[in-house]
Write a protein that binds this ligand. Structure first.
Ligand SMILES: [Zn+2]
Length: 287
């Protein structure tokens, strides 16, 4: 059965490790992540963006697939199904469809509007026992002239949003979605420390986990990050393994064209990536 992310993240924050959110795109992706979590006895959060939700034929399809897998695969570790970067409407749809966790990303709204909308969703989620992630936007917004620096949140705004009763808070600390540019100056630990001081026991979320060096990830966890989102890295691993399979001509040998064979190497590559991340985040054996 799907669970809210609250308990697993509270434990992670207290135990100084992080739970990975791995975004899913289809059946193979979901199966690979769940298998790895079960093998490593790690709690896990399955992330679904609105785009991926659409691709998988809607949130109800996703809920049906994930619930079916939890049962048929005999999954015993805590699993949360979480909307990633949800709009206000998207969050409501996912709640209706049976997600156990949602993110409302109001970071592009003025802070007052972000607060008002987040507050409303806090009430709904509390009533239903679901976890809610909120996000605070960047300082100034137009500071992006600093090429490749990533967004940095205002710690005072973080405190305002955290006090609304959300479960976990995403705040920019120089992190970036997708691949990091070569001139990236690194995470802003000064900002993270300030946010952590103001928000206390609130689990903090690090988005854009792909390509952040391991020592920075460990330091971020020591400073209060208890959920780390991984998406691009699994995609790159899947694409590379699948390309190698095709380039080696394996799809032309025997029944190598069978999708169960064609996608097997890519799926194994996702498993290896998830394992590596769970080990780095320290969530192995914490289920
Ligand atoms: Zn994100």
């Amino acid at each position: 059965m799907l669970v809210s992310a609250k308990e697993m993240l509270t434990k992670a924050k207290a135990g100084k490790y992080a739970v990975g959110q791995f975004n899913i795109n289809n059946l193979e992706w979901t199966k690979a992540i769940l298998q790895t979590a079960e093998e490593l006895k790690s709690p896990v959060i399955l992330g679904v963006s609105e785009g991926a939700g659409k691709y998988m034929c809607g949130y109800k399809t996703v809920v049906g697939m994930v619930n079916g897998m939890l049962e048929e695969m005999g999954i015993t570790v805590p699993v949360a199904l979480h909307l990633d970067h949800g709009s206000y409407e998207g969050a409501k749809k996912c709640i209706e469809a049976g997600f156990s966790s949602v993110m409302f990303d109001g970071s592009h709204y003025p802070i007052e509007e972000n607060i008002a909308k987040t507050k409303e969703l806090v009430e709904t989620c509390n009533k239903l026992g679901l976890s809610l992630e909120a996000e605070v936007g960047a300082i100034g917004g137009e500071e992006d002239g600093v090429v490749g620096g990533g967004e940095v949140a205002d710690p005072k705004e973080c405190k305002m949003i955290a006090d609304l009763g959300i479960t976990m808070l995403a705040a920019g600390i120089g992190n970036i979605h997708g691949k990091y540019p070569a001139n990236w100056p690194g995470l802003r630990f000064d900002t993270l420390e300030e946010i952590q001081k103001l928000t206390g026991t609130m689990p903090l979320v690090l988005h854009g986990g792909t390509g952040i060096p391991a020592d920075m990830i460990k330091k971020a966890i020591s400073l209060g990050v208890s959920k780390i989102n991984v998406n691009t890295e699994c995609q790159l691993a899947f694409a590379e393994a699948t390309r190698k399979y095709i380039e080696a001509g394996k799809d032309l040998e025997g029944k190598g064209f069978d999708p169960r064979k064609l996608l097997a190497d890519g799926t194994a590559a996702i498993k290896a990536t998830v394992k590596e991340k769970m080990e780095l985040f320290g969530s192995v054996g914490k289920a």
